[in-house]
Write a protein that binds this ligand. Sequence first.
Ligand code: CP
Length: 289
Amino acid sequence: MPNLLTMNNLENDKIMNLLKRAEQFEKGEKASLDGAVVNLFFEPSTRTKMSFEMAEHRLGLSVLPFETAFSSILKGETLYDTVKTMEAIGVKAVIIRHEEEEYYQQLAGCKVAVINGGDGSGQHPTQSLLDLYTIHQEFGRIDGIHVTIVGDIAHSRVAKSNAAALKQLGAKVSFVCPEEWSGDYDTTDDLDALIGETDVVMMLRVQHERHAVSALFSKERYHIEFGLTEARERKMKKDAIIMHPAPINRGVEIADSLVECQRSRIFKQMENGVFVRMAVLEYAMKGRE
Ligand code: CP
């Protein structure tokens, strides 16, 4: 069965087929899949875990409960043995979020379908697909759209997944962040120079759990230098939209008042996540492309 581990090796036609299938689900098409799945989340999640669960229920799948805190992981069982156990008891697909980058390399010998729900600072393919779906829904295309990704680029699996996929689909992608968070990307620290010429302003969460932002900036200072303030929102193009994968640090990367403003697609992204994850589950479990 096909896995979905990273956006790096996903061809354009495969991406577009998944987006088309998500659109069919959004328009009310029903599908039914047989079998059991399990969501193995070793890092906290609200959106990814719950929207996968919603997608699984809508597809008629059996969802086996798994809580790290009550599992044999606490007795030292490895991820590989945990996944092999799921396979042995008849699970057809596992959705995994794990703090280790590329954790999935150790699962190469497993037959169960693996869907990556986020690996450390590596990739978050279903977030990228729902972001692409939201952009395509808004503009009717991705080719030629200017997307500015702002924030914690080096630590962000959302930035990495989206950078690869957006460029491959013909979007222009700019990166704005403090120099210390550039990673391997060509970035600028001047958001004001780009704000008026971008179609999508994609704000990233400052990942306090992965590094000490306070060593660089106070939250107030970060908001002034790199945040989407009300003044910056007023300089955006007429039809430009605001995106954010969430969870949101309100008042840090984005002004509280902009989270649900007319331009914001933040909660629409979450809604779209269910349709996209239905498409991904179907792809993984039926081999549909
Ligand atoms: N966007 C996202 O991955 O959110 P969660 O961490 O809540 O799943």
